[in-house]
Design a protein around this ligand. Structure first.
Ligand code: NAI
Length: 467
C-alpha cells in the first residue's frame, strides 16, 4: 500500500545510481548542491554488480588458471587441478561487495539522500518512486536521467537463464560448462569466450560481421583472432544464427550457412539496449530515438532542466564515459563551464587474453577523414619489447598519425596492454606530435617502453624498431 507522498525539492534529482548517476551525485554534492539519488537495485549499477568489476575478476581468475597451467614454461612446478566455480564466484563477489560498501559509505558521507525504489518521471521535474516504504514524490530544480542499459535480446531466441544466457546469467553460473557457443563477437562475447577457454571449455564465437571486435582497428581484430585460434577458440565470423533449439543436454544452434553447432550453453552477447521504456520520459518532453535519449553535446535533453547521461545516451556504452558525463552535468548545474567530452578520446579496452585497447581513430576512420595520403601508420611489434618477452606475450602498438600532424589513433594488442592506454590517451588528448613524445623516457623494462619505441620510430629515430 502506498503511503501518502512526501514533497521535497532538491537541486539535483538523479534517476539511477550506476556510474553516470552516482558520479553526478558525488560531484554535485561536492559543489554544494543538494542531491537525491533514486535507485531500485544496488548503488553502483551494472558496472559494479554485473559488468566491469565482476567480469574483470573472472578474467583475473582466468589469468591465474592459465599461469598455473603454463607454470612449467617459467620453470615453476605447479599443477592445474581445475576450477572451483564457487570459489571463483566468492572471490568476485568479495571484490564487488567491498567496493559496494565503500561506495555506499562515500555517498552517505556526502549527505546525498538515497531513495530506494523504482522511479518514473511523472512531471517535467518530478520523479515518483515506488519503494519498500510506499510511494515518494520528489522534485528537482534539475533532473538527471541515468537509467542505464540491459542485455539486448534477439527475437526468436528465448533466454531461459539455464541453457541460453545473457551476461547477467553467465556471472551466476555455479559450474564451468564443457562447451559454449557465444553469439556476438563484441566486447562481452570476446571477454566471456576468453574466460571460459581459460577455465577449460570448448568455445565457439559466432559473429555476424566479418571480424571480431568490429569497431576496433582491423589489425587488432586480426591479431586477436589469431591469438584466439592458437588458444583453441573458434571464431565463425560473417555468420549469423538462424535458430536455437534447447534440448535436455544442451543447445543446438543453426547458423546462416545451414551448419549446426551443439554445446552445453549459449551466451547471447549482441549488445545492450537503453532502459528507457515505461519510465515516462516521452511524456515530459524527452525525445527518444530507437530507445536512446536524444541529447546535445552538453547532455541536455530538449526539456528544460532535464539531463541524460550514460548508456541511455547514444555512443560508447562504457562506465568511464557515463562517469565523466555525470561529472560534466553536475559541473554545469553547479555553474561551472566544463568542456564537452570528446567521444573519440574515450579509451576502450577489451580485457580478453590478449587484451585489445585503443583510443582515437582506426586507420580506416583516419583515412576517411584525412584521405589515403593524409595518414601514416607505424606498427611496433611487442616481440622487440623486453617485458613482453618476459611475460611471453605477443602483439603490437600501432600508431595512426595525420601526415605532418598529431597522432590521431593508438591501438594496442597484448597481455596487460590495457594498462598502457592512459599514456596513449594523453598523447591523443594533447594532440601530441611524435617529436613531443619521442624525448620522454620510459622505464625499462616495461611494456610502456613499446609505446616509447613506437614514438621514436614515428619521429624518424627508431632504436630497435621494426617497420
Ligand atoms: P557489442 O556491440 O560490443 O557487440 C555485439 C556483437 O554482436 C557485434 O559485433 C554484432 O555484430 C554482433 N551481433 C549482433 N547480432 C548478431 C547476430 N544475430 N548474430 C551474430 N552476431 C551478432 O555488444 P556487447 O559485446 O554485447 O557489449 C555491450 C556493451 O557493453 C558494449 O557497448 C560494450 O562496449 C560494453 N562492454 C564494455 C566492456 C569493456 O569496456 N571492457 C566489457 C563488456 C561490455
Amino acid at each position: 500500500m502506498a503511503e501518502a507522498g512526501r514533497d521535497d525539492e532538491v537541486d539535483v534529482l538523479i534517476l539511477g545510481a550506476g556510474s553516470g548517476g552516482y558520479a553526478c551525485a558525488l560531484r554535485a554534492a561536492q559543489l554544494g548542491l543538494s542531491v537525491a539519488l533514486v535507485e531500485e537495485s544496488k548503488l553502483g549499477g551494472t558496472c559494479l554488480h554485473v559488468g566491469c568489476i565482476p567480469t574483470k575478476a573472472l578474467l583475473h581468475a582466468a589469468e591465474v588458471a592459465d599461469a598455473t597451467r603454463e607454470a612449467e614454461s617459467f620453470g615453476v612446478l605447479a599443477k592445474f587441478d581445475g576450477i572451483d566455480a564457487a570459489g571463483v564466484r566468492s572471490y568476485a563477489d568479495g571484490v564487488v561487495s567491498r567496493l559496494h560498501k565503500g561506495l555506499t559509505g562515500l555517498i552517505k558521507s556526502r549527505g546525498i539522500r538515497v531513495v530506494e525504489g523504482r522511479g518514473r518521471l511523472t512531471g517535467p521535474r518530478q520523479i515518483t518512486v515506488d519503494g519498500p516504504d510506499g510511494q515518494v514524490v520528489l522534485t528537482g530544480r534539475n533532473v538527471v536521467l541515468a537509467t542505464g542499459s540491459a542485455p539486448r535480446l534477439i527475437p526468436g531466441i528465448e533466454v531461459d537463464g539455464t541453457r541460453v544466457l545473457t551476461s547477467d546469467d553467465a556471472l551466476r553460473l555455479d559450474s564451468v560448462p564443457g562447451s559454449v557457443i557465444v553469439l556476438g563477437g563484441g566486447v562481452i562475447g570476446c571477454e566471456f569466450a576468453s574466460v571460459w577457454r581459460s577455465f577449460g571449455a570448448e568455445v565457439t564465437i559466432v559473429e555476424a560481421l566479418p571480424r571480431l571486435l568490429p569497431p576496433e582497428d582491423a589489425a587488432s581484430s586480426a591479431t586477436l583472432e589469431r591469438a584466439f585460434r592458437k588458444r583453441g577458440i573458434t571464431a565463425r565470423t560473417g555468420t549469423s544464427v538462424e535458430s536455437v533449439r534447447t534440448e535436455a543436454d544442451g543447445v543446438v544452434v543453426t547458423l546462416s550457412d545451414e551448419s549446426e553447432l551443439r554445446a552445453d550453453l549459449l551466451l547471447v552477447a549482441v549488445g545492450r539496449g537503453p532502459r528507457t521504456e515505461g519510465l515516462g520520459y516521452e511524456d515530459h518532453g524527452v525525445t527518444l530515438d530507437r530507445g536512446f535519449v536524444t541529447v546535445d553535446d552538453h547532455c541536455r535533453t530538449g526539456a528544460d532542466g532535464l539531463w541524460a547521461v550514460g548508456d541511455i545516451v547514444p555512443g560508447l556504452q562504457l562506465a568511464h564515459r557515463g562517469f565523466q558525463q555525470g561529472i560534466f552535468v553536475a559541473e554545469q548545474i553547479g555553474g561551472l563551464s566544463p568542456q564537452p567530452i570528446d567521444e573519440r578520446g574515450i579509451p576502450r579496452v577489451t580485457y580478453s587474453r590478449p587484451e585489445v585497447a585503443s583510443v582515437g581513430l582506426t586507420e580506416e576512420q583516419a583515412k576517411e577523414e584525412y584521405g589515403d595520403q593524409g595518414v601514416t601508420t607505424l606498427t611496433y611489434d611487442l616481440g622487440g619489447n623486453g617485458k613482453s618477452q618476459i611475460l611471453k606475450t605477443q602483439g603490437f602498438v600501432k600508431l595512426v598519425r595525420q601526415v605532418d600532424g598529431p597522432v590521431v589513433g593508438v591501438h594496442l594488442v597484448g597481455e596487460r596492454v590495457g594498462e598502457l592506454i592512459g599514456e596513449a590517451q594523453l598523447i591523443y588528448g594533447w594532440e601530441a606530435h611524435p617529436d613531443d613524445v619521442a624525448p620522454l623516457v620510459h622505464a625499462h623494462p616495461t611494456q610502456n617502453e613499446a609505446l616509447g619505441e613506437a614514438f621514436l620510430a614515428l619521429a624518424g629515430k627508431p632504436l630497435h624498431a621494426h617497420s
